[in-house]
Design a protein. Sequence first.
Length: 230
Amino acid sequence: MISGETRIRSCRAFRLGIVDYEETLLLQNRLAEARKEEKIGDVLLLLQHHPVITMGKSGKIQNVLSPEALRERKIKVIYTDRGGDVTYHGPGQLVIYPILSLRDYGLSVPGYVWNLEETVIRLLSELGISSGRVQGLRGVWVGNEKIAALGVHLSRWVSKHGLALNVNTDLDLFSLINPCGTGRRATSMAKVLKREFPMEEIEGRMLKCFGEVFGVSLAEGSMQELEAHR
């Protein structure tokens, strides 16, 4: 589903480190509004979150299996406007939020989701991890275990939210939920290959694969460039 156009687009990429989910959601909202008004170009945020549970528009509260354990750990449950059900975000998980004007890419919503999945599949393949799609389910899978979750939101064809790839993630915390409501377990790159990865390396690979799949030239921006939108 990669766009057939050969024109190379440009996109600013920002590495935010480990950041609060709610603050980042506000940043996404402001960037998306600025993109709709054509005040900025396309943006890609790369980050990790402090531990948090998020609910998509299809979320069912019964998929939070242990509210008491979440309260004890002081992990919030936050309702969002992305697609999908419940998921966990935390350190060791690489999250990307593309703020893109999809009309410029000639992509439908299914095509956009396919491209996000393809970005992860290519990244994992570079490191010797065989992964793929499961019919009827979003995300990227290693066998029957999910290694990357997807949830997106579009308004006037500008995207928010995105994907979360389990790199060195603490998988025990997924036991507190029914991830994405599928009843299937999560896995990580560290679990599959039995070693941990420098997050900076995986961010670099993500940028490369994203650029290849979406046909964009990525230039890394500074935190100062985002200050006006915080």
